[in-house]
Design a binder for this molecule. Structure first.
Ligand SMILES: Nc1nc2c(ncn2[C@@H]2O[C@H](COP(=O)(O)OP(=O)(O)OP(=O)(O)O)[C@@H](O)[C@H]2O)c(=O)[nH]1
Ligand SMILES: [Mg+2]
Ligand SMILES: [Zn+2]
Length: 316
């Protein structure tokens, strides 16, 4: 039987829309006795997966999922052991940020970035609405944030989705890659995505309206192709990574600027708080790690500890 290769562009849970390598689209379902090793998930195949299939009449029958480069999951609310794979094979996340309209906090950004590190997905910080940074004070604040994340090693761009400033730089970064946009409500994600591709406009509005109906807990992700050669996965599932469990012992691994220094710590289980001869704290003192980032590291560390004690308490 002839075998084909396809990309999952939409999933309803029982039906999949596939795109073949020649661009052709078709409907597919899973082979009857399909089993996935390892992961206990409610959906074995997710948007962004590459699969192998054969044809039965005019529908595809998926029999193999290719190895994933990465994926994002969501824990289902009722069945605590079950997870739902939201999307797979993501090349990059764009975290859209506005400093005060609406406010994004450094704490939110650092949690998001640590979560993305845990999933091994590169993140680019996108400062939108630069047309609104008018006073010297506002501009200074923007420079300060940019210097914090430059020190941490993140790529950053600034733009105005509304005034179409800096859009080409974003398109260059997106070319031939699969991207996801995240960020607080109102930072301009839809405006930004609309400005990328004229033909895309309708779809984006459809999506955001759909989300507003509050059905997003059962909505699956969808993958869209952009005319300039890039893909966007639209997913309601990751406004942030608040639900990702980041174990305290490895939390600093998810801060790239700490990760690169911790080889020099005296203790190999150093958590860079009270230990002597800690290379991370030495770097902090030399100004090679931003104090704001370190403070957020600490607050995540102690938050999780509190969480942990509370959970223990409940269990008795
Ligand atoms: N001044 C200015 N306003 C912008 C810019 N980008 C977006 N906006 C405005 O910000 C508001 C929110 O933009 P949206 O694109 O709807 O934001 P969103 O991130 O998609 O929000 P949710 O769908 O709720 O998550 C709208 O009124 C936009 O017109 C920009 O670059 N400059
Ligand atoms: Mg939107
Ligand atoms: Zn240390």
């Amino acid at each position: 039987m002839e075998e084909f290769r396809g990309l999952v562009v939409k999933s309803t849970g029982s039906w999949y829309d596939l795109e073949k390598e020649n661009g052709e689209r078709l409907n597919a379902r899973l082979k009857g006795k399909f089993r996935l090793k390892g992961l206990k998930s409610t959906n074995p195949v997710a948007v962004g997966d590459w699969v192998k299939f054969h044809m039965e009449r005019d529908e595809g029958v998926i029999h193999t999922i290719e190895d994933r480069k990465n994926y994002i999951i969501r824990r289902s609310i009722n069945l605590s052991k079950q997870i739902q794979i939201i999307a797979a094979n993501i090349d990059q996340l764009f975290l859209v940020i506005t400093i005060d309209s609406p406010p994004t906090t450094l704490g939110f950004i650092d949690r998001f970035l640590a979560g993305a590190e845990a999933y091994r997905i590169p993140t680019v910080l996108v400062y939108n609405k630069i047309d609104l940074y008018e006073t010297e004070e506002q501009k200074a604040e923007l420079r300060k944030w940019q210097s914090i994340y430059k020190l941490a090693g993140y790529d950053q761009i600034e733009l105005s989705a509304e005034q179409k400033i800096g859009i080409d730089t974003l398109k260059d970064l997106m070319k031939d890659k699969t991207s996801i946009f995240s960020g607080h409500s109102g930072v301009g994600k839809s405006t930004l995505v609309n400005s990328l591709d004229k033909n895309f406009q309708l779809r984006v509005n459809e999506i955001s309206d759909y989300h507003k109906t509050g059905k997003h807990t059962t909505t699956f992700a969808e993958l869209f192709k952009l005319s300039f050669g890039g893909r966007i996965i639209d997913t309601p599932g990751i406004k942030g990574f608040g639900t990702v469990e980041l174990e305290n012992e490895v939390l600093s691994h998810y801060f790239p600027e700490m990760r690169s220094k911790m080889g020099g710590c005296k203790f190999n289980n150093c958590v860079h708080i009270n230990e002597p001869k800690c290379a991370v704290k030495e770097a902090l003192e030399r100004g090679e790690i931003a104090l704001e980032r370190y403070d957020n590291y600490l607050s995540m560390y102690y938050d999780d500890e509190k969480e942990h004690h509370r959970a223990k308490g409940v269990r008795g």
